[in-house]
Ligand binder design. Structure first.
Ligand SMILES: Cc1cc2nc3c(=O)[nH]c(=O)nc-3n(C[C@H](O)[C@H](O)[C@H](O)COP(=O)(O)OP(=O)(O)OC[C@H]3O[C@@H](n4cnc5c(N)ncnc54)[C@H](O)[C@@H]3O)c2cc1C
Length: 379
């Protein structure tokens, strides 16, 4: 049995590692266009719940990964210079590159062949394979090569965002809202290593154009964002890593496999970064596909059918919550008319699944603040 995996991101590496450990006699070959020491973006963050699956399904891996992560027990909203802390939900974060290199080292030990610096232009370059795994991210070649069968659908969000890093160390996962003369901006930021933080800047399309960001060079854009978030960056510059302005695509596929090819991770579907779950879903796909092969063995069609049957309901539920979260941001400038505590409350209840009772259980400190302000506010 030979498996060709396109893409050495979190999905491709974790899947290859697990399946090779399960079936040491199978040939598992990964093709990756980037060199081994490069990736896009900066850090990724996981909620406590998001890592619970790894602890359950791959406890040793979870333990090794946990040692490498930054962690904090809450998140924070900053609006009009006021900080509102939301207790109860812990998060952890790691550099994307460190995560990939950690998995890459384990793949090497397990006997997975990873070819770096190999830009694959057509599926025939993967050689004869019993199974092709498209772990090749948002612009997946595997998906594009069998587009009619996968039947993808993309909905573009209208906001613009750019993914920067900075050496400013933030205490916890924070959403900071700022007004400029051109309009409203929000930054999603958190430290992912002792030295570095992720800093994603987002604004609506009208603000982006008014600010002239559509006409600015990369350096000018970066300088503009540094001015907007000067109170938060405390003199630290923003760092670019191909940090261009983009719109987020919400991608889904009607079919998850086509013949002997299957999609996992971002190639299969994207989830908005505001819920920090893209990598988590990529990991869960990898675990589920490995498990399906564990049960079906070399019967690839049976494995692919089982993979989709098991995974689709779970994914669809999470996608609904992620979509609600991303639509909340589409409207965020209007929400900034609210005081900080109200904006934080609006944010926490954005998915429509969080009641006051549940919030009192999960974030008692935050809800004590909300209840106290409400009690003082005449109705
Ligand atoms: C701004 C932003 C912030 C994010 N923050 C978070 C976060 O905090 N937490 C989180 O969990 N997720 C986050 N995500 C999502 C996360 O980055 C993705 O969900 C995750 O990387 C998906 O992993 P993957 O392995 O499926 O794809 P990728 O990480 O995209 O990996 C795909 C790999 O395939 C390779 N490849 C593609 N085409 C070819 C080809 N033709 N030949 C050879 N190689 C190829 C690419 O070089 C790449 O290495 C964020 C995303 C964005 C845009």
């Amino acid at each position: 049995m030979r498996i060709a995996v396109l893409g050495a991101g979190p999905a491709g590496l974790l899947f290859s590692l697990l399946v090779k450990r399960r079936f040491p006699a199978w040939r598992v070959e990964v093709f990756e266009q980037n060199p081994a020491d490069a990736t896009f973006g900066f850090g990724v963050v996981f909620s406590q719940g998001a890592l619970a699956f790894l602890e359950r399904d791959a406890p040793e891996l979870h333990r090794q990964l946990a040692e490498r992560m930054e962690r904090w027990p809450m998140q924070r909203i900053v609006h009009r210079d006021e900080r509102v802390d939301i207790d109860g939900n812990g998060f952890s974060a790691i550099a994307r590159l460190e995560l990939n290199q950690f998995l890459q080292a384990l793949c090497g030990e397990a006997g997975v062949d990873v070819a770096y610096g190999r830009v694959v232009g057509g599926l025939e370059e993967l050689g004869p394979a019993d199974l092709i795994v498209g772990a090749d991210g948002l612009n997946s070649l595997v998906r594009r090569s069998r587009e009619r069968e996968f039947a993808p659908h993309v909905r573009w969000l209208t906001n613009k965002f750019a993914w920067y890093g900075t050496e400013q160390r933030f205490e916890c996962l924070t959403l900071t809202f700022r007004e400029s003369a051109d309009g409203a901006f929000v930054a999603h930021h958190y430290r992912y290593s002792p030295r570095m933080s992720t800093f994603i800047v987002e604004c609506d399309a009208a603000t982006w154009r008014r600010a002239g960001l559509d006409r600015m060079s990369g350096a000018e854009s970066r300088a503009y964002c540094e001015r907007v978030f000067a109170p938060d960056l405390d003199g630290h510059p923003l760092v670019s890593n191909k940090s261009i302005w983009r719109q987020f695509p919400l991608l889904t596929n009607r079919h998850w496999s086509a013949g002997n090819a299957v999609l996992i991770g971002d190639a299969l579907r994207t989830v908005h970064f505001s819920i920090g779950s893209g990598t988590r879903l990529a990991f869960e796909d990898a675990i589920a596909l490995d498990r399906a092969l564990g049960e079906a063995g070399e019967d690839v069609p049976a494995a692919l059918a089982a993979f989709e049957r098991e995974r689709r309901p779970v994914v669809e539920k999470l996608l609904a919550a992620a979509a609600a979260s991303s639509f909340w941001y589409e409207d965020f400038p209007k929400k900034m008319a609210q005081p900080a505590w109200r904006l934080a409350y609006d944010y926490m209840t954005r998915s429509g699944r969080m009641s006051d009772e549940r919030l009192r259980e999960t974030a008692p400190g935050f809800m004590a603040l909300v209840d106290a302000v409400r009690a003082q506010t005449p109705r």
